[in-house]
Design a binder for this molecule. Sequence first.
Ligand code: KG4
Ligand code: ZN
Length: 357
Amino acid sequence: MPLLAFETSCDETGAAVVHQGKVLSNVVSSQISLHAEYGGVVPELAAREHLRNLVPVARTALQEAGISAKCLDAVCATQGPGLPSALMVGLRAGQALAFTLRRPFIAVHHHEAHLYSPWLTGSPPTADFSNFQPNVSLIVSGGHTLLVHVPEELRAQLLGTTLDDAAGECFDKTGKLMGLPYPAGPTIDRLAEQGNPSAFEFPRPLLHEQNNDFSFSGLKTSVRYFLRDHPEIFSKRQQIRDLCASVQAAIVEVLVTKTIRAARRSGVRCVTASGGVACNRALRAQLAAACQREGFCLRLAEPRFCTDNAAMIGVLAERKFQLSTEPTTFDADILPSWAFSDSNQGAAFAEARPVLQ
Ligand code: KG4
Ligand code: ZN
């Protein structure tokens, strides 16, 4: 079933065509340069850009897939969680298109879609569900840090989350303190490559707590005090590289240790990871090393499927539709704070209450 997917939960406008698990096109228009000036995502600007970009991005996705809108069997979009005004653009556009074409519309939970992006492999990228294994999934982005137990397809149990800043936020905010442009995560990754991760000692928050939760705001504060006490570092390139490597080492050690511990406790033999921070090379390398030590299989989403994209939305929507989830109604509303339910997501959807009436 060729299906057109929209993703507009934050600052990427995405459209993709998915057919029988294959990603026929995946177009993303990033707003990073627009928000960089403000040091973070400005919701009103994000919504305005989605409005401007969604139709051209959708047209390109259809063109690249070589199909016309009339050939679509369904349309889907992210319903939540995310920025309300941004979500509204993709959800309403998807509903309107489905209604016009007289096709079913399927609404998708953004984080549930992240759970399946590590299963997209090959060329063209294809969802590899025949090899699905029960897993523990780490979702790490600018807004979220989640550990999720996925015992079977379309079932998910939230194990832990961040109590304050997300891992990506910690990269971005500590980078800002160092004077790096937004978003600082990719720059820290690059500078850290030539730095010494043991040069400076930073706290590993909640590392030894036996829960699955994270906390990164204390780490950010200790970087703030460190820079206050060592202002000379700003003029020393190698020391900035060492600082990047040391901060990154603290974040990565916590993420890897807690992910592996959660996998052991859940009794799974497979770990997956996605979200923008899962592009981080130290995180990828250290997760790989830890999984090898434990005898776990590791599935890391390809970098283009780590960051927000519509392909993962389409793949999940098609799977839900195949496994006979009811289509979403055309008047279903956005769910900006849609909790990651610990039950079957289909059931969770039926119970979810719209935030905006
Ligand atoms: O998933 P994403 O594209 O968007 C949302 O937050 O929804 O994630 C963006 C986050 C930013 O905080 C960015 O700094 C971080 O992912 N990021 C990285 C890397 N690439 C992106 N953090 C560390 N290392 C990277 N290579
Ligand atoms: Zn995301």
